[in-house]
Design a protein around this ligand. Sequence first.
Ligand SMILES: C[S@@+](CC[C@H](N)C(=O)[O-])C[C@H]1O[C@@H](n2cnc3c(N)ncnc32)[C@H](O)[C@@H]1O
Length: 318
Amino acid sequence: MTPDPLPTLTAPDREVEELRAALARPLPEIPTRYLYDEHGSELYERITHEPEYYQTRTEIEILERHCRDIAELTRPLEYVELGAGSGRKTHLLLDALETLERCTLLDISGDFLAGSVARLRADYPRLHIRGLVADFLHDLTVLGPGGRRLVTFLAGTLGNLHPKEVPAFLGRVARQLVMGDGMLVGIDLIKDKARLEAAYDDAAGVTAAFNKNILNVVNRKFDADFPVDAFEHRARYDEEHAWIDIRLQANRDVRVHVGALDLDVTFGEGQEIRTELSCKYSPESLAAAAEGTGLVVREVFTDPDRLFADVLLVKADA
Ligand SMILES: C[S@@+](CC[C@H](N)C(=O)[O-])C[C@H]1O[C@@H](n2cnc3c(N)ncnc32)[C@H](O)[C@@H]1O
């Protein structure tokens, strides 16, 4: 059965101006969320099964081991997952959260989210489950009034925000919470360059296909004509910034017309477009980013090899 479409809460004009500004930067950028159309979301799911991509299996192990501790510490009535994707990890938490009455999944990728919501509704008929197609960077007030919430932001998705954006983002999440509510944040921990770079450039080429698909999304959404075969996937670890910098590099001179922007852009051979950052954290650097946001670190759950961590933040002041 095809799930019903969910209402979309994004603003196209804002997106046009955002893309214009992003392409005009000295290092041109394409906003990361365009990686996730339905095909991109499917490719991301495939990445999570690649042997080099330790993040998903490690976070699942952490959640399996600690979901009852998380439930005890938070005892929420509403579970809210930002950037929920396939909802593969959602079951682990829903099974453990015995106090729960409501569940909200929020994601930009509407078709994919509709499938996740339909599956959860079938599996948890007792819960009130809603799906919100929205941008977690701009639209958090769509969550509406609440209290006794647990917000989760898993998979290291926080790492896709530029570090300068993180305190304001955490502050906006905190405003959707009341004292004592929790936010569980998955962070990919700082580690050696070779392991990190392999995770973002798997031998099967799935991450490369995922990255290049962003050009198909821009072509469709903004009436552009990026030649996808003129760009190569690049993923490098920048130790100074502790981030993986994911780019597309032109393998020849390219001229692109972006109809929705009435804009022509040229890329010389070797020129790059940034499509994603994946910032790496330590529990300490996350605690520092949360300073002054109203959220404080309550507990850090990690794996024996300290590859990944799920950090429970709680709302500590109004
Ligand atoms: C790295 S995936 C994580 C998926 C899932 N939470 C997991 O643990 O496997 C990031 C998810 O965030 C969504 N996403 C990316 N940017 C977004 C944005 N600005 N607003 C809402 N969702 C976004 C994507 O569609 C995708 O489902």
